[in-house]
Design a binder for this molecule. Sequence first.
Ligand code: CMC
Length: 430
Amino acid sequence: MSTLQTNTMTLIDNRDSKVYEFKILDATRGPSVIDIATLYKDTGVFTYDSGYTATASCKSSITYIDGEKGELRYRGIDINTLATKYTYLEVCYLLLHSVLPNKKELLDFDLELRHRSFIEEDLKRLINAFPDSAHPMSILSSSVAALASFHYEHLDMNNEKEYAEMAHRIIAKIPTLAAFAYRKSLGIPFIYPDIDRSFTENFLYMLRAYPGGKMKRTADGIEEIKAIEIKALDTIFTLHADHEQNASTTVVRNVASTGAHPFVAISSGISALWGRAHGGANESVIMQLEMIGSVDNVDKYIAKAKDPNDDFRLMGFGHRVYKNFDPRAKVLKDLQDQLKEELHLDSNLMEIASKIESIALSDEYFISRNLYPNIDFYSGVILTALKIDRPMFTAIFVIGRCVGWVAHLLEFKADAKSKIARPRQLYTGK
Ligand code: CMC
């Protein structure tokens, strides 16, 4: 055997004792990877990793997660700092430009998004064609794909201005499309964006306002949107803004890798996010808490979750990467405690949730499998307190996450070595 390099990993094929060496690429943080791009050419075999449990699909400098420590950073900055000290728009700017904005940059960015928040009247007509029973996620995914028909320029990959414009359109228009999808599902007239309101306040306004833009009138006066409600939703957007190579982001990158239009790639990400193992979990958590109905039934459902012959799972528990705690869940739990009094959180749902949480955190089944409450376990209760209906929960996740998808799209496009995503298989057929 010739002398092996120290920054490599050796593979011995025991069928013929041949030795292969593969380079180890070091990360700036976290695990290194083995570069197996030449594996098939050199050895004639592929790797098999269904579900990508040990596969790095790309190089990325956007978001870092340490699942063991429960750490999450966007562009190097800790999520707790970002969620408590910065607004969602500052976080968007950070994800897109790698640095936080100064005052002038933030103002320009904010104004740009406000002015791009309107959607075409023909697109509004398209949304109107959906049945009232349509789920907002279905309308959202379809209408974002349809945006490609309204803005079908052939984007020049090297033209930064064109790409920035596309990125701003996505971030600015998705809240409007989500609000329209919601109002369509209720069968009530759409509310146009109000450019005098901030990004997050405007979204709540588009959900809540009466036709003509008036807010609800009660015996005590006009029910304006409270600052604490804006802060809570803004924090939720920030916590969802990116999460490295999760299922929906991987879908966005893969669709973009074929050369498809960015809006279509984002629409595919929305569809991937809808599933209950991913972003759809926030809606499922509340459905599950409502189904459990009372603290007296919690033990029965915990037993179902632990039963290997029952496919029932506790929604809002477990994570592929976090094996200690989900740092986003920690921020939301603190926020939930803070909001308890002021926003009158649903006490029955909270009581059931807190019993599930305390049993699961001390139960051997959950501890041995590293199953902790994730972000979705807490977000639903807070969104309910913000008077947002359950079918909109995953659409809220989309609004937060779209900037992450856009940042990954831009990173993918900027990489001259990026290739079409084309995995192989272990054939088991005839
Ligand atoms: N309730 C009960 N048992 C569970 C749960 C759960 N929520 N999650 C995992 N397990 C068990 C599972 O049955 C398996 O047990 P065993 O080893 O005895 O067969 C073990 O834990 C490992 O499960 P897995 O399915 O191999 O784990 P995974 O890493 O592939 O799945 C997950 C991660 C998030 C899909 C899964 O934990 C789950 O389905 N959780 C509920 C849905 C949920 O809350 N999703 C939101 C994730 S956070 C938002 C986001 O980033 O998308």
